[in-house]
Design a protein around this ligand. Structure first.
Ligand code: FAQ
Length: 314
């Protein structure tokens, strides 16, 4: 089979049957590009997402809290690696992807441009941000590209632990002293709407969703996932005795879900253009980490060269 029409037919039939597309299979060029865009943005989000939490490792309130947070932040680094590797199977090079991140050309999730001001923010990030990430990633386990799907299966398992870690912190604070409960409420107030933005713009303003759904890259739309997230999270906030900072939040019996306010989309576009509260700081920290890690990459290359020489000489 080598004429393009046959190849396209074979690709479409794979999607139809919910089979995976694998790296060596023929795929339309725009499908490949779409995946590189989404997977690399996702990978960048994971490694930039280490920064706001890493900020609290040295200040965690107990040894246990520190160990758990350390493990979580390391997991995020691992997620970045699986995802960069998945993007590499599509022909993108790691250097090229990282260069786009470091020069500010590539996007990463808007949420990581907000500051983590108190320990309660670490609770809110785990509970809300990881909660939203899971809501989005569960559907990506069924994405049509095999390596991305397999990476997501492992990532989702780890993200569930992360969400529990955050919710546990919120429980301690919410059922603690008045001052602790206030800290938890303050964190919820600041993280609620930025978390809602993580799902992306409303479907009517989402240029990539239509094609992503056709290609089964995304299995649910931005608005569908946002709705699911709200419906699930309200009950968790009620258990904590915290108030979601949205006066329009109201159960709608007809749709069997909550009505809620739209996030401030102007703020969202401003953040993804590079003008959020921490964009500059995040890119500087990431560039510094990359420069500081140059010796590790050089050592790994030297080791690989040596090994190759030994194999050739044998
Ligand atoms: N932030 O047409 P759509 C995590 C961009 S992982 C920044 O709707 P699409 C784990 C979008 O790229 C969090 N940019 O786009 C963790 C597009 O721009 P482009 C990341 C955003 O791709 C937890 C434009 O707006 N998760 O949190 C955002 O169909 C704790 C138009 O948007 C993923 O990446 C945003 N929030 O839908 C780590 C999951 N939303 O490229 C550490 C995989 C939209 O045309 C600590 N990605 N944009 O220039 C996806 O599912 C999708 O890419 C969406 C966006 C849903 C994010």
């Amino acid at each position: 089979m080598n004429n393009v029409a046959d190849l396209e037919k074979n690709f479409d039939s794979k999607l139809e049957k919910n089979d995976f597309v694998e790296p060596k299979d023929w795929m339309p060029e725009n499908y490949r590009k779409h995946l590189i865009r989404q997977i690399s943005q996702h990978a960048h989000s994971e490694i930039i997402g280490m920064l706001p939490e890493g900020n609290w490792i040295s200040r965690a309130p107990s040894l246990r809290a520190k160990m758990v947070l350390l493990a979580k932040v390391q997991d995020e680094g691992g997620h970045g690696l699986y995802l960069y590797t998945a993007a590499e199977t599509l022909g993108a090079s790691r250097d090229e992807l990282l260069d786009a991140l470091h020069t500010g050309k590539a996007k990463y999730s808007s949420i990581f441009n907000y500051p983590t001001l108190t320990w309660a923010d670490i609770g809110a990030v785990g509970w809300l941000v990881d909660g939203a990430a899971i809501m989005n990633q569960v559907m990506l386990q069924r994405t049509s590209y095999g390596p991305y799907s397999r990476a997501m299966i492992r990532i989702c398992k780890e993200e569930s632990f992360h969400q529990r870690q955050g919710y546990e912190i919120m429980c301690h604070l919410s059922f603690g002293t008045e001052a602790q409960k206030e800290m938890a409420q303050d964190a919820l107030n600041r993280w609620w709407f930025p978390t809602m933005m993580m799902f992306g713009p409303p479907d009517k303003d989402s240029p990539n969703s239509g094609q992503a759904i056709k290609w089964r890259i995304k299995r649910e739309t931005n608005d569908e996932l946002r709705q699911k997230f709200v419906d699930r999270t309200v009950e968790q906030a009620e258990f904590l005795g915290l108030t979601i900072p949205d006066k329009n939040l109201k159960w709608n019996e007809a749709k069997k879900g909550y009505d809620f306010s739209e996030p401030n989309w102007e703020e969202f576009y401003n953040v993804i253009k590079g003008n959020g509260p921490c964009n500059k700081e995040r890119l500087e920290a990431r560039n510094k980490a990359h420069a500081d890690g140059a010796w590790v990459r050089e050592a790994a290359m030297a080791y690989a060269e040596k090994k190759k020489e030994n194999i050739l000489a044998a």
